[in-house]
Ligand binder design. Sequence first.
Ligand code: GAL
Length: 417
Amino acid sequence: MKIVTKGFASAMALTVGLAGAARAEDVEVLHWWTSGGEAAALNVLKEDLASKGIGWIDMPVAGGGGEAAMTALRARVTAGDPPTAVQMLGFDIQDWAAEGALGNLDAVAAAEGWDAVIPGALQRFSKYDGHWIAAPVNVHSTNWVWINKAALDAAGGKAPETFDELIAVLDAMKANDLTAIAHGGQPWQDATLFDALVLAEGTDFYKQAFIDLDPAALGGDKMAAAFDKLIKLRSYFDSNFSGRDWNLASAMVINGEAGMQFMGDWAKGEFLKAGKVPGTDFICIRFPGTQGAVTFNSDQFAMFNVSGEGKLAAQAAMATAIESPTFQSAFNVVKGSVPARTDVPDTAFDDCGKKGIKDLAEANTNGTLFGSMAHGHAAPASVKNATYDVITAVVNGEYSDGATAAKALADAVAAAQ
Ligand code: GAL
């Protein structure tokens, strides 16, 4: 589906690319930002580009986590007609670069000094073979809990810091006739929760299991313990969790039907869109047991190989707009994420955003910042999908004990490599 939201003819200014001469054409952007909060954030980008005279041709492909968007992308590239820019995550960017499908943003990056301000953890995905191929727009993290403040107050008022405290709060919420956990049963959402459970078993363990893909860690006792906790937590889901979109789960917490949601900080975009205020209507905490550590995913816009100076100028102009510090602040305040550059002040961010920025910087310094497995920043898609299969089978009740699930995970990951 293509929706033209702003035509070239209405361009307000002449946009000049780095080459100096070409006028930037409209950008066609493939993305999966279709929820209320996501669309509001995307609008910040559309309006920023419009103010520079660059029109926007929208190619939305709904589906959190981006799996459907990646399928649509494959079809477009196979047809020889790639979009100008594509929202993309982690290892997927590297895979497309390895296929030779991506363009080169070196000139923009050098002119604007990206090397010095974009953290190495992101550059690892934005660069291929030493060349810039994508522009990171944000940093999200997956180990958050979004709690309805009134529901927490009614459940004793203390935010849980350990797994046992979490269970006590969930029991109290259940006793208050709430759905304690708002969950959407889709593989990527199941895996988002599991990121946090694995991280809670220890930062070294997360790295061994999900980054190094060590078979002993994947199939061992700590993984079994993480799966046992997942089995415990699923008992607090409502009976309609299966297939539910993540933003509908957020809405259950927003309207007080449910107590909490385990989700990345894009969920905050939904709370803000609904007019809710952090600290008053909802609170954000790190998943119990993961304080001090961060599992991240960074949305980047990968630029495909296109021909024609106008198209190249549009890619350069879009990349410049995305990395501008003013835009980084304005966009991420709405999206729920934190800036992809280290030099953006936190002044405009709410308390959750300020915490996100601080947590990220500290985790980066302390060596406790890791790519999210659920969102394609820990391992390539084949491995990620293998973990999805086992995690979702556990959520769907196919395993009754964590040890068996851990063995299945080790086997699935081995077969996927
Ligand atoms: C993630 C993406 C986020 C958010 C989320 C739900 O993969 O990085 O920006 O959009 O999916 O759609």
